[in-house]
Design a binder for this molecule. Structure first.
Ligand code: ZN
Length: 241
């Protein structure tokens, strides 16, 4: 079987403007995520906001089985034309893995249809991620929970539609909880939201996090179902008696 073709998209702005983030991700967080996925046998390219058409031309998207998305400070700089292009590709079967602050991206909000708002705090606290769907392919290789030593807190209520499958729930040292791994189907496509990954912490170097992103990519891979058609059907498939 041919390797899944993954495009790792990163806004890539914090890395250019913030020294702390540069120290954690000198080559950009997309490079760390892409290398982790390559180690898992996936065929990976990267794209960033500053690339022409954000690196997401129709040609690139047509050659992408699963797109991963990290954005934060420049959601509004992503062109509506590119968002619409990604949206149509998801409905036509491309998988989408939305990471961390991508919860406020145009593409995630469009796919969810809700505000996607949440509570947050930056206090270097511990996050404990619990598996709540033990038979799900996204949890393959994990124990029943894992910890991230330092993360930003995201807390409920998270204004998303009820997930088709909730895979992870996070607990934070400060007391909040959060639905941190949520699966959706949209058209022929699949969407996985995964919470961790604040830019000032080395979260994307952590093995469990890399494993979950890889599992999420494999889960979100296109089903292979041929194109759907809709509309008037004047001729029944068999005689109606
Ligand atoms: Zn953050």
């Amino acid at each position: 079987m041919a390797a899944l073709r993954v495009t790792v998209w990163n806004e890539g702005q914090h890395e250019k403007t913030n020294l702390t983030v540069q120290k954690v991700y000198p080559d950009g967080m997309h490079t760390v995520i892409a290398n982790a996925l390559r180690e898992q046998g996936l065929e990976v390219r990267t794209a960033t906001l500053d690339d022409t058409e954000h690196g997401l031309t129709q040609e690139v998207l047509d050659a992408t089985d699963v797109l991963t998305w990290w954005g934060h400070m420049a959601h509004d700089k992503v062109s509506d034309a590119v968002v619409e292009r990604v949206y149509q590709r998801v409905l036509n079967g491309m998988g989408l893995v939305v990471l961390h602050s991508g919860h406020f991206s145009k593409i995630f909000k469009k796919l969810m249809g809700t505000s996607c708002d949440l509570k947050w705090r930056e206090a270097n606290e511990r996050e404990r991620i619990w598996v709540v769907e033990p038979g799900h392919p996204i949890v393959q290789g994990l124990g029943d929970h894992f910890d991230i030593p330092h993360e930003e807190m995201y807390g409920e209520h998270f204004d998303i539609p009820a997930p088709d499958t909730l895979v992870f729930v996070s607990w934070f040292q400060g007391g909040e909880v959060f639905r941190s791994g949520a699966c959706y189907h949209r058209g022929r496509g699949k969407v996985f939201y995964f919470r961790p990954g604040h830019e000032t912490y080395p979260t994307y170097y952590q093995k469990e996090v890399q494993l979950v992103i890889g599992n999420g990519v494999r889960w979100a891979a296109p089903s292979g179902l041929a194109e759907l058609s809709y509309g008037h059907r004047p001729n029944p498939l068999e005689p109606i008696t």
